[in-house]
Design a protein around this ligand. Structure first.
Ligand code: NAD
Length: 476
């Protein structure tokens, strides 16, 4: 099956020279080699830094109309190419084709949102004490940005950072996910075809730690943005902090789900089971700790198990597949560790609990019950298709347990009691609270976590905040 040729993209050129170090790209559904990805050398990274610095001199003064037109064109190209890009995401990341195509189509909306909002980056006038004085505030692009994006939503996570940087008038060097690179390649092609000037967007690949250290330490880079795991985020944040560089961090979570007995239990169980297997659970806002009120537990468990056991797992390119493989071989033993630990602590495996007996990185949708709150699965982000279920008695207790971890990304509440909804939305320590549905991640709404789950928001009217500085001017 045809897979796109992979390249670096520096100063408006796709660099495909075979002399660079290369890495094999594998299909997670069967382990076959799809292609080779060139790694950037140190001089490639320096070339990208110089290109971004040079381009910033002009791009920072570009008209918002020009930026808006390019972002709109990228939105249009994303829509037109969604089928082909989605197919390649399924090949190198594993998610079902409909999810992959849906991701690209949704990203067209992200590009459109940034195209609209970048024309509204306003300053303000502050009335002066002295009538002879004029004083005003402007927001200016911060400069060259370095961004690092992961493999679970490879189009989404990259395009949101790129649109925010470029829309604000910054230039950017992005290191995409080496294991699933086709989506970021397609983004570079779309911006290239949309007429983005050379050097405004640069794409590099390599050994993540080597590339990120080189870029973050460079005095050319003025801003660091990362999506990925908490430990790597903390490491990059400390590197950026040592050089006084602002950060946007979208990190992992361990999202509590609170199902009150007064909720529509069948509906909650069905929706949660389907949401749980989205992208095989490799979603930072995936529901990962299920707290079910005692009286509703038997009914919830029954319905949840029925739906989860009916999920068709397979190659994402097959039309009837509802859940694909895990993106990497390393995630399969990671899932097994969670299950083994739960079993050792007296937990029950109601469903799944093991890899599927076939080639590829497949792990069965899994339900664990009777697990203590200090089990690994209740304290560390699973990032896979495992749902641990436990019970609670009252809201005081469940709020304390839900807030007990250092994470604070997303949380889910199912209740038909207005007071419960208000109290939980106010007291849950998370950047996003979803009540009776799943509604985060839209272009017009802010996406981000608190506590260890991150700093800053992407999307919404906050989307440019991390890419702008505030300048005060006073004149007499
Ligand atoms: P990992 O911690 O090795 O890597 C996570 C991501 O960070 C990857 O994209 C990787 O390329 C990148 N990375 C790693 N070290 C880096 C460095 N020094 N500089 C720059 N980038 C670096 O873990 P993994 O096995 O790839 O993924 C598993 C864990 O990562 C999950 O358990 C989950 O917590 C987290 N994760 C979170 C998100 C998210 O959307 N927040 C996405 C992907 C992975």
């Amino acid at each position: 099956m045809q897979y796109p040729s992979l390249a670096l993209y520096i100063n408006g050129e796709f660099l495909r020279d075979n002399a660079r170090d290369q890495q094999d790209i594998l299909n997670p559904a069967d382990g076959s080699v799809l292609g080779q990805l060139p790694h950037a050398s140190t001089s490639d990274l320096d070339m990208a830094l110089q290109a971004a610095a040079q381009a910033f001199k002009t791009w920072r003064h570009s008209s918002p109309m020009e930026r808006s037109a390019i972002l709109r064109k990228v939105a249009q190209l994303s829509r037109e190419r969604a089928q082909e890009i989605g197919r390649n995401i399924t090949l190198d990341q594993g998610k079902p084709l409909a999810e992959a195509v849906g991701e690209v189509a949704a990203c067209a909306d992200h590009a459109d949102w940034h195209a609209e909002e970048c024309r509204r980056i306003y300053g303000r006038v502050i009335p002066a004490r002295d009538p002879a004085v004029r004083q005003w505030v402007v927001r200016e692009p911060i400069g060259v940005c370095a961004a690092f994006t992961p493999w679970n939503f490879p189009y989404n996570q990259a395009i949101r950072k790129i649109c925010a940087a470029i829309g604000a008038g910054c230039t950017i060097i992005l290191k995409g996910p080496e294991d699933s690179p086709s989506a970021v390649m397609a983004i570079a092609q779309a911006f290239h075809d949309a007429g983005l000037p050379p050097g405004v967007l640069n794409i590099v690949w390599g050994v993540p730690a080597t590339v990120s250290e080189h870029l973050i330490r460079s005095p050319i880079v003025r801003k660091v943005s990362f999506t990925g795991s908490v430990p790597v985020g903390k490491h990059l944040a400390s590197l950026a902090g040592a050089h006084m560089k602002p950060i946007t961090m979208e990190l992992g979570g361990h999202s509590p789900v609170i199902v009150c007995a007064d909720a529509d239990i069948d509906r909650a169980a069905q929706q949660l089971a389907r949401f749980k297997v989205r992208n095989a659970g490799q979603v930072c806002v995936s529901p990962t700790r299920f707290y079910i009120q005692e009286q509703a537990y038997p009914r919830f468990l029954q319905r949840f198990t029925e739906v989860l056991s009916s999920i068709r797992v397979g190659d994402g390119l097959q039309a009837d597949t509802q859940m694909g493989p895990l993106a990497h071989a390393r995630r399969v033993p990671a899932m097994q560790t969670f299950v083994d630990n739960a079993r050792e602590l007296g937990g029950k495996i109601v469903l799944g609990g093991e890899p599927l007996a076939r080639s590829g990185n497949f792990f069965a949708p899994t339900i664990l019950t009777d697990i203590p709150d200090d089990a690994l699965i209740m304290t560390e982000e699973p990032f896979g298709p495992i749902a641990p279920l436990t019970t609670f008695n009252d809201l005081d207790e469940v709020i304390q347990r839900a807030n007990s971890l250092p994470f604070g990304l997303s949380s889910y509440v199912f209740t038909n009691n207005l007071q419960h909804a208000h109290r939980l939305s106010s007291e849950l320590e998370s950047g996003m609270v979803n009540i009776n549905h799943f509604g985060s991640g839209l272009p017009e709404t802010p996406f981000g976590g608190i506590k260890d789950s991150g700093i800053g928001s992407e999307g919404g009217s906050e989307t440019f905040d991390g890419y702008l500085t505030t300048k005060f001017v006073t004149q007499i």
